[in-house]
Design a protein around this ligand. Structure first.
Ligand code: GDP
Ligand code: ZN
Length: 336
């Protein structure tokens, strides 16, 4: 992109906007520091970030109560799922520190920079269904994205009530490689109340997110897991009654049967963006021990002599299905 020269008036406006931003940040910090300085806050305690609204966040304390908090000056940015140290206040508390993160869910922002959207997630539930039919390599794409952030995936086939004849066979073929690779696969039906017990068990004691194509039944599943809280994401602002925010921020919910969900429209779309080729190679977990063992350092794993992946394919260590899938995903990357 050619560098645009700002005229004096534009430059003045840019500077003005930046000054306003700095001023807002100063006010924010001053508010937090004033609260801390006034000695009217409770003692430091551990908490969990359950939502994020512009400059404030919502923190859950040990008693399960949630309160709005300011962030102390110079605190690293916080996202839903972060564990923090905070002090309760009336009406607003202050977060004073962030605990180290066990994991980060990343997605690109509009400039293509990777941004953390949630923290400390234990598993990514990849939801697929017989209908809408999963497009080619969809499951592998999700798996690659999950591997890239180092969060354990769980493959969940919903709408198992729709499995008949050829469709049942197609799905069996589709899912066949995964248990051998060490991925968990569950089958469920929201409609016929099947498999939900096993799903509950897999979610217990963990923080999970649901991802998957539109129409596979994520809302139905989330409603099932969080009864009485209706269509989670769409209803976020109404549910709070005051319409104080209509953002699509990620929110954390505890399930009555144990375990927590972090949900937002952005999180549901996880995984379907451009990935770098090394991430794709690493994302096929059975490739990992082979990478770096090809004869050529820039091996594309196509027809090159001495390709370790090609050899593993011939010996049956790597399945044709997964190899095809890798090549397909790599080709879409090249085309991007
Ligand atoms: P989302 O877009 O992934 O959130 O999917 P929704 O939860 O909105 O579900 C899409 C459609 O699939 C709705 O019409 C649901 O009623 C339907 N649906 C959800 N779960 C099941 C299921 O287990 N079996 C069948 N047959 N339909 C389902
Ligand atoms: Zn190779």
């Amino acid at each position: 992109m050619a560098k645009r020269k700002l005229n004096r008036r534009q430059a003045w406006r840019v500077e003005k906007i930046q000054e306003e931003r700095r001023e807002r940040a100063r006010k924010r910090d001053a508010q937090a520091e004033a609260l801390l300085g006034a000695g009217e806050l409770g003692p430091e305690q551990e908490g969990l970030v359950t939502a994020h609204f512009g400059t404030q966040i919502e923190v859950e304390g040990h008693d399960g109560e949630r309160s709005r908090c300011h962030l102390r000056a110079n605190l690293e940015s916080l996202v839903t799922g972060d564990r923090v140290v905070w002090c309760a206040g009336d009406p607003t508390g202050v977060v004073v520190a962030r605990q180290p993160r066990a994991s980060e869910l990343l997605r690109p922002d509009p400039h293509g920079d990777m941004k953390t959207v949630a923290a400390n997630i234990d598993q990514i539930v990849i939801v697929i269904a017989p209908l809408p039919e999963p497009h080619a390599n969809l499951v592998d794409r999700y798996l690659v994205a999950a591997e890239a952030v180092g969060i354990e995936p769980l493959i969940l086939l919903n709408k198992s009530d729709l499995l008949q004849d050829e469709r049942a066979q197609q799905i069996d073929t589709l899912l066949a490689p995964y248990p051998e690779l060490g991925y968990r696969v569950l089958r469920a039906s929201c409609k016929q109340d099947q498999g939900l017990e096993s799903l509950h068990l897999e979610l217990t004691g963990k923080v999970s997110v649901f991802v998957g194509q539109s129409g596979v039944g994520k809302s139905s599943l989330v409603n099932e897991l969080l009864p009485g809280t209706d269509a989670r994401v769409g209803a976020l602002s109404e549910q709070r009654g005051k319409g104080t925010h209509t953002t699509t921020t990620a929110e954390l919910f505890h399930m009555p049967r144990g375990g927590s969900l972090i949900d937002s429209p952005g999180i549901r779309e996880f995984g379907l963006w451009h990935m770098a080729r090394p991430d794709v190679e690493q994302g096929f977990r059975e490739f990992r021990p082979l990478l770096g063992h090809c004869k050529f350092r820039d091996c594309q794993h196509e027809q090159e002599p001495g390709c370790a992946l090609q050899q593993a394919l011939e010996s049956g260590e790597v399945s044709q299905r997964r190899m095809d899938s890798f090549r397909h995903i790599a080709a879409t990357l090249a085309a991007d």
